[in-house]
Write a protein that binds this ligand. Sequence first.
Ligand SMILES: *Cc1c(COP(=O)(O)O)cnc(C)c1O
Length: 486
Amino acid sequence: MELIFEKSRPGRQATAIPVSDVPAPPLEELIDPALLRSDVDLPEVAEVDLIRHFTALSRRNFGVDMGFYPLGSCTMKYNPKLNEETARMTGFANLHPYAPESCAQGTLQLLYELKEALAEIFGMADFTLQPAAGAHGELTGVMMIKKHFEKRGEKRTRILIPDSAHGTNCASGALCGYSVTTVRSNAEGGVDLEHLRSLMAEDVAGLMLTNPNTLGLFERNITEVAAIVHGRGGLLYGDGANANAFLGKARPGDLGFDVIQLNLHKTFSTPHGCGGPGSGPVGVSREMVPFLPIPRVVKTGAGYRWDYTAPDTIGRVRAFYGNVGVMVKAFTYIRTLGAEGLRHVAETAVLNANYVKARLEPHFDLPYPRTCMHECVFSGRRQVKESNVHTSDMAKRLLDYGFHPPTIYFPLIVPEAIMIEPGETESIETLDAFCNTMIAIAREARDNPDVVRSAPLTTPVRRLDEVRAARDPDVVWKRPLTEIPA
Ligand SMILES: *Cc1c(COP(=O)(O)O)cnc(C)c1O
């Protein structure tokens, strides 16, 4: 495909703006000539060419609206278009962040009711909606934990994190100055209670636990885990990235969690591609409420307002109040589905994952053969051993058949991991088509391994050098057009 720079012809433009009759002084009179750029190489194209170029590019990409998207522990699969409508309502979308409270009552009410709904669904005393993503929510939560111990005059320097955890947990702990100690998983894929007991001491601030964990398994010993952590004065932090698996079925507050973060973009709609925008609300137990960030939205007799008066707050973690558009979508989603609908989300998400698990189990190794929650984690090690075909090869081969690959090589404790999360909205026909394709690829890996190893064969680009793309990104086109590879 031609680059837009190659389509450029001097003088072409995409808009027809009348010539200005306001005299324009030379730029040098307005801007320091040293700061003026003269070498800006921008493409000049007509409107139709511009639109065709980007439409063609978009058709070479893959998104949730194009087909099955089984990435595990990841973004929302079903994003009702209704939510996009509500988020775009001018009253929400055009509200100025500095609008006085009296002009923002509708939005403030929505934020208040959303946090109240989350508090009810998850059994927490209160929520902040400020953090901009899950990892940011974790950081906010651990900052509150730190403040809690400072307030009590306790010096705790370590935080415990299971070996199955998402890497952001360790980063959040470390950014708050804690040293991270890893807790082993047991043969069942849960927390090794003996190991936890041996590590939990008076210098440990707490445990950061994902439940269901990143293996898609519910932590059966959760009340005992909570008792061990609390027994030594620690706090239990919950990573709620997988909350869609238990909506309306279990409440972290009832299970003993003191602080949890949610990922609205994984549980309450909003696709979270390319890093944003997301939203990572943090819920706390009654004891932790004083440390919540400010401002907080409160309800008074006269309406809704911002409250900045909280002496023990950790302060502000985000400009204004986070990504409000995402919150409008989450609120719409919750109100559309209602309590029964949310329960149904969890039931169907779990049912779909177990269906996929049952169909693929004869063909791929399943390191933790238990009933799963909303996702199942296979290993490609059988295919490596039998025909030197790796998980990444099979993931690439899926592209040839029109499927987005699942999450691969995560969680780290599963070699050659293949982590599949179908979501709650896929039909049995789609699930079967995906499973049939996975089974066909397992057969190909045995009978025709070279094909799988050289996949993808039908995509606009073949195998990319992913390591170089991350380590040595070339984001600015510096070379003359004649050097563009054919
Ligand atoms: C996605 C995820 C995170 C990080 O969330 P972001 O919103 O991407 O920052 C943390 N923990 C788990 C288990 C996750 O799946």
